[in-house]
Design a protein around this ligand. Sequence first.
Ligand code: TMP
Length: 205
Amino acid sequence: MFKKPIIVFEGIEGSGKTLHINYLAKYLKKRKVKFIKLREPGGNKGSEKIRKLILNNKSNLHKVTDLLLYLAARNENLENLIKKNYGKKLILLDRFIDSTVAYQHYGMGIDYQFINLINNFLIKNIKISVTFLNLVSPKNLRLRLSKRKNLNRYDKFNIDFYKKIQNGYIKILNKKKNKYVVIDSNKPISENKEKIIAEVDKLLK
Ligand code: TMP
């Protein structure tokens, strides 16, 4: 297997993806595996600026403007960090191309072919090794959303919107362009951590 994989964490708000990616980063450090970790939107300097613009509560941007900004932020990461490190270091991504399909297509109804065309143009020959898709039950979603503080512009949709997006993720998973591992975030965190580590260990062998 490819020793410098690209590992992506996907899922809706409150699905536990950031917790798991941070835990995996600690594990890799302990194992002395060289890696970079990025979030989307955000990551490098330019894309963090774009993140602020999109997620700022004072922004009132059209959904297609948001789409183009998410893609612009992705391009900054690809050109400045991902392509340079691809094959040299393991790459951990907190969200990537599936987020755009899930939120902007399945959530907001923007044309799938258009999103795919630009995503493919940007990522070119970059291959994702595994995507951990974090799923959450409606009950836990409601609970976790109600506990969130410092809400940004994308934290404030209603619960039906997040359900629609999670269903979108499941549709993407069913098309299975890459390898996916489902993380059921209603299960104990320790069980999920072990599942993730076992998959990553397989990639590093
Ligand atoms: P975060 O809370 O995981 O940092 O993500 C920020 C928000 O941006 C989250 O609500 C998902 C959204 N998003 C999109 O709508 N499209 C995208 O392409 C990406 C990367 C994120």
